[in-house]
Ligand binder design. Structure first.
Ligand SMILES: [Ca+2]
Ligand SMILES: [Ca+2]
Ligand SMILES: [Ca+2]
Ligand SMILES: [Ca+2]
Length: 277
């Protein structure tokens, strides 16, 4: 069926207004091509700024393909005050087009610190760079921190070790590990012992490194500091433990061969921490 004809505006000025109104009602657009559904706003104002905001563009974008203005889809934005490409999730808003200073990622754990966001490598700077709630944890990018060599356990990627060469008594060593978010290392079984050995950097054979094992409560009954049981058969060095002098309640291990020795808890030793990774 042929389309109905659009009236000419050139021949009858008075009739032009009526014809224009009729054209809208009947589906005739300004160009006279007919059939396209141009919005009334365009006819009334001739304005092309309807895309400036979501509200003015409305929900008719799919029907405006004949308009010369490209549609603008509303997008969720987040303010990125520290300009690290990751926005503050608390500042979410939908807008069109992109507001100044905003990004479409809302995962920054600290929008005032560009050295902290989920894609940042963890480095030794007393900050949680990668936003995983762990500060300066061991990773391929963070092999050493605070004098300690760091390594992730090959047995459990959530476990890390810190091999700390600074000598101190057992109590201070333990508090240092606790201050790092862990404790002196404890070993559940042979597999964990082997994981510790494999993770250890090259270390001098002496002195030994303090670990989280002692018989402070009951002489001769060595227990892990976290109270855990152990399936590990302790790899004592020959003749150890001997409680030489009658007061050797703490334990040190040598690397790379795990020869263990009981030693006085006041003796200054390097130490191994077990930390979340
Ligand atoms: Ca940011
Ligand atoms: Ca940040
Ligand atoms: Ca971290
Ligand atoms: Ca850090």
């Amino acid at each position: 069926m042929p389309r109905h004809a659009c009236p000419s505006l050139a021949t009858a000025p008075l009739a032009a207004v009526l014809a224009a109104v009729l054209a809208v009602v009947s589906g005739c657009a300004k160009g006279g091509s007919g059939g396209s559904d141009v919005g009334a706003a365009e006819l009334g104002t001739g304005s092309a700024d309807a895309s400036a905001t979501v509200a003015s563009f409305g929900a008719s974008s799919s029907e405006s393909s004949s308009s010369t203005t490209a549609p603008c889809e509303p997008t969720t934005w987040f303010l990125d005050l520290d300009a690290d490409g990751h926005g503050d999730p608390a500042t979410m808003s939908d807008a069109c087009p992109m507001p100044e200073g905003a990004v479409d990622l809302g995962d920054d754990c600290d929008d005032a610190e560009p050295e902290r966001h989920p894609e940042h490598a963890e480095i030794c700077d007393a900050l949680d760079n990668d936003c995983d709630a762990l500060v300066d944890e061991a990773s391929a990018d963070n092999p050493e921190c605070g004098m300690c060599k760091l390594a992730v356990s090959g047995l459990d990627a959530t476990v890390g070790y810190a091999f700390c060469p600074t000598v101190m008594n057992r109590n201070d060593a333990r508090n240092t590990c606790i201050g790092k978010g862990g404790d002196l290392v404890t070993l559940a079984d042979e597999a964990e012992l082997q994981a510790l050995i494999a993770a250890a950097p090259p270390l001098p054979e002496w002195p030994g490194y303090a670990i989280g094992l002692d018989d402070t409560l009951v002489e001769g009954d060595f227990r892990w500091i976290d109270g855990s049981a152990s399936m590990l058969r302790f790899p004592w060095d020959a003749g150890q433990p001997d409680s030489s002098g009658g007061d050797e309640d703490c334990v040190e291990t040598y690397f790379p061969v795990p020869k263990w020795n009981d030693v006085g808890c006041a003796v200054l030793r390097p130490f191994v921490c077990e930390l979340p990774a």
